[in-house]
Design a protein around this ligand. Structure first.
Ligand SMILES: [Zn+2]
Length: 411
């Protein structure tokens, strides 16, 4: 049954539009029309009065991990897959309840979760997966402790990532993830915080290995997203054809220009660095030392990107007890970018990164009907997202109502 939304201020994914006179018609899983006047709705269409709230596209998290029940990432490998899947279900369902109607997994999720969501077994957001992320031996995805010896010579394959070395092994791993249903490919190009043995400054994979992954992804009409903290690794990502540079924490002015010239995107994950600092008791000293190297520099990197005209997505990257703080990323980004830009990143820009422009992240005729309505004006007050259970009164995903406190008369 078609549904007409009325009496709202509109953020369409790009701009905040004046007035409360518009109407949005939802038919099936799509937005069938965005009208200047509610009189454009046929008289028999059921109306939902949004009481002056802000209607906007559902949020997109471009750096999410379904399989993230613990900050001790190595411990995730020791869970039974069925147990891990239950953690993933809970995490996905809570994301949808926070207003995220799409998440892009940055390593770990398999196609079974996509199917379970499609079949309604999990009431979660749309999910785009990378399968197991791809790391070199001793890279950020190699979660074996230094004292673990390889007896069989068969490398490492864990819940989040797998190890491959050399161009042929890379080609095979990319093809295999795509065969198993990956929507995009994830590589690790620099060191990272939570992995046990690699320094942050370390360059990972050769240019040739990265190029092979990009080439194979392109042949599948998709793209590579890559973990990269340093300026050097981020430049290598852009030059070698990576579309989406994850974190980009140490990007300098020169690198930002290289990224802009190659039309790559950066998905910063700022709030995780502050929130992880609150959890020092759960982190090993190696992770704390690595965190100290990058923690305070993300804001500066973002400003370099801004000035160079790099398009910025928005991602959260939260594990374990940090779950629930995802919307902090909007607040932290708003401090640097302004709230309108933070909201654009979380909607239309994230959709563009995932090659879903016009389908997701916008309120336009023909787009998928993934929408939320938040009480108040989030462009003036981004803090409205701090209490999503009460501020977000409407959540729809593919035209299906997940939450509607407007029709039920609650406020
Ligand atoms: Zn991540």
């Amino acid at each position: 049954m078609a549904l007409g939304l009325i009496n709202f201020r509109l953020f369409d994914g790009e701009n905040l539009l004046d007035g409360f006179h518009r109407a949005v018609l939802i038919d099936g899983d799509r937005i069938a029309g965005v009208f200047d006047s509610r009189d454009a709705l046929a008289p028999n269409v059921k109306r939902v009065d949004l009481q002056g709230a802000t209607l906007m596209p559902g949020l997109i998290d471009a750096h999410f991990h379904c399989n993230s029940p613990s900050l001790d990432v190595g411990a995730i490998d020791r869970l039974h897959p069925s147990h891990l899947a239950q953690h993933a279900r809970e995490h996905l369902e809570s994301m949808l309840a926070r207003g995220f109607t799409t998440v892009r997994d940055a390593g770990g999720a398999d196609y079974g979760l996509v199917k379970a969501i499609d079949e309604g077994l999990i009431k979660g957001p749309r999910l785009f997966i990378a399968g197991r992320a791809i790391s070199q031996t001793g890279g950020h995805g190699d979660l074996r402790p230094a004292h673990e010896f390889e007896i069989c010579g068969c490398g490492y394959k864990g819940a989040l990532a797998q190890v491959v070395d050399g161009a042929n092994a890379m080609r095979r791993a990319v093809r295999d993830e795509l065969r198993k249903g990956a929507h995009q490919i994830k590589l690790f190009i620099s060191g990272g915080v939570l992995s046990p043995t690699d320094p942050i400054w370390m360059d990972q994979f050769t240019d040739h290995e990265v190029k092979v992954a990009v080439e194979e992804a392109k042949r599948w009409r998709t793209y590579v997203m890559a973990h990269s903290h340093t300026a050097a690794a981020s430049a290598r990502c852009a030059i070698n054809g990576v579309r989406s540079i994850e974190h980009g924490t140490l990007i300098d002015q020169k690198t930002a220009q290289i990224i802009a010239d190659h039309k790559a995107y950066v998905v910063p994950t700022i709030s995780v660095m502050a929130s992880i600092s609150d959890e020092v008791a759960s982190l090993p000293q190696t992770a704390l030392d690595k965190l100290a190297e990058i923690k305070d520099q993300a804001g500066e990197a973002l400003e370099h990107c801004h000035k160079a005209g790099v398009k910025l997505g928005l991602g959260t990257d939260l594990f374990g007890q940090l779950h629930g703080r995802e919307l902090d990323e909007l607040r932290e980004r708003a401090k640097i970018d302004g709230s309108l830009n933070a909201l654009r990143s979380a909607t239309s820009v994230n959709a563009e990164i995932m090659d879903k422009q016009g389908e997701l992240g916008v309120i336009k005729q023909g787009a998928l009907a993934d929408v939320i309505a938040i009480r108040g004006n989030p462009v003036e007050n981004i803090a409205l997202f701090e209490d999503p259970n009460s501020s977000i009164g409407l959540i729809m995903r593919g035209g299906q109502t997940v939450r509607d406190t407007f029709s039920s008369g609650a406020d």
